[in-house]
Write a protein that binds this ligand. Structure first.
Ligand code: ATP
Length: 437
């Protein structure tokens, strides 16, 4: 499939099957904002759960946090965001459109109207959304919507470290909404002004920073592959020195082969001691760590893997989307890893029938506490299989007339379409074996 078509197909499928809708659609939509529908919300939760499981649950050196979106305005002065969280902005003098200067095509032509040499000088544009807290809109009431969750972690470093009694190397993980007034949002849920980010700040002794930076680059790359993104659609790209953020000595992007070319999926940054040092200075609180064993005090260095949940979901969708021909007919399917699939098991009575329905409900009730299920009895069985394939449901369980006699059901595999006959009293165990990693 030509790659630009792939994007269009994934966007269409997302709308048609209840994954992602344009936000405020009945009012004509609202500038690159999107809403997650009944199927999309399940996929996104599974993406976040898979991340949390790997980053927190399966490790004994990482704990979680859920900090507020609104923070003391001094946080963003200390972090450098008020001064330096900017993108270079240019206007096209011909069509008046605005662009990020670092995203312009090499030809120098305006991507909107094609005019050459029409751009103004670049100006710095701060990406933070500003708001006012309380009824008076003066300078004293200014607050920002957080552009990253990391600062909530840094300002809680002491709270978390002392209550969890963790010692470096250890990490604090957080998932939450972030806001950036992007100059050019777009490409569906790839770049939006409101998004969810999954970040982990890993605190290490200063001399160990480079080693842990390498470690996290490899760990994160492995995570995507483990969840089904092919190796040749991923690559690690170290930033050039002039690309580095104001706080970083080393950053690598984990890039994905999007339909429009290679682009950032996740960033892994060595933030050094920048954030803790600055917050120590600005707050007057000592955020250093005393290492009893070595009898020395230091400000930990920080390695940060940061990944957008929405962007990550897009990458999984693009990698999973397949079309194939089955007996002369086109079949569309999402080959999602079962850990990510929105619905794990569909329960399908062969036809709408008053003898089959009670058994289908009985099977559904049996499975519901263990799996996300969808009980669907509308339309022909072939059509229902295709609907489930389209949202990536790994197994379909069909209740047919033989079930009434033999108390067994047919379990159909999404990818191979092979079918097994399984007794109802062995069904939970059978599915658990098949769907666990
Ligand atoms: P870019 O250079 O593309 O603007 P960035 O380098 O500023 O991105 P980071 O600050 O490293 O991005 O953000 C960490 C991760 O958060 C990104 O790798 C991406 O997955 C996600 N992300 C960042 N900005 C957005 C956005 N506007 N919409 C959706 N996801 C985003």
């Amino acid at each position: 499939m030509a790659k630009p078509d792939l994007m269009e197909r994934v966007v269409n499928l997302s709308k048609r099957r209840g994954l992602v809708f344009p936000s405020s659609e009945i009012y004509g939509g609202f500038r690159s904002t999107w809403d997650y529908g009944p199927v999309g919300v399940l996929l996104k939760r599974n993406v976040k759960d898979a991340w949390w499981r790997t980053m927190v649950q399966l490790r004994d050196d990482v704990v979680g946090l859920d900090a507020a979106i609104l923070m003391h305005p001094r946080v963003w002065e200390a972090s450098g965001h008020v001064q330096a969280f900017t993108d270079p902005l240019v206007d096209c003098r011909n069509c008046k459109e605005r662009f990020r200067a670092d995203h312009l095509p090499e030809s120098g032509a305006c991507p909107n109207c094609g005019a050459k040499g029409s751009f103004t000088e670049a100006r710095r544009f701060n990406l933070m959304f500003e708001t006012h807290v309380g009824p008076v809109e003066d300078d004293a009431s200014v607050a920002y919507l957080r552009p990253e969750t990391a600062q909530g972690i840094f300002v809680n470093f002491l709270n978390v470290q002392t209550t969890s009694r963790k010692k470096p190397p250890f990490g604090i993980a957080q998932i939450g909404k972030a806001f950036r007034n992007e100059i050019t949002p777009g490409n569906f849920i790839f770049r939006t002004r409101e998004f969810e980010v999954m970040e982990m700040e890993y605190f290490v002794p200063p001399e160990d920073g480079p080693r842990w930076y390498e470690y996290w680059c490899q760990e994160r790359l492995r995570w995507f592959m483990d969840l089904g993104i092919p190796e040749d659609e991923l690559r690690l790209r170290p930033h050039d020195p002039d690309e580095l953020s104001h706080y970083s000595t080393g950053t690598s992007d984990i890039e994905f082969a999007y339909p429009w070319g290679w682009g950032e999926l996740e960033g892994v940054a060595n933030r050094t001691d920048y954030d803790l040092r600055r917050h120590s200075e600005y707050s007057g609180q000592d955020l250093s760590y005393y290492d009893q064993d070595a009898d020395r005090r230091y400000i930990p260095h920080v390695i940060e893997p940061a990944l957008g949940a929405d962007r990550c979901m897009l990458a999984f969708l693009l990698a999973a989307y397949h079309e194939e021909e089955v007996r002369g007919e086109k079949r569309t399917l999402l080959r999602l890893d079962p850990r990510l699939a929105p619905v794990a098991v569909a329960v399908l009575p062969l036809s709408r029938n008053e003898r089959l329905n009670p058994v289908a409900h009985e099977v559904a009730d049996l499975l519901r506490p263990r799996f996300m299920i969808d009980l669907d009895d509308a339309g022909s069985i072939g059509r229902r299989y295709r609907r489930q394939d389209e949202v990536g449901t790994p197994r379909c369980v069909t209740v047919d007339f033989d079930t009434l006699d033999d108390r067994a059901v047919t379990v159909r595999d999404r990818d191979s379409m092979s079918q097994d006959r399984v007794p109802i009293d062995k069904l939970v165990q059978h599915l658990e074996e098949q769907l666990s990693a």
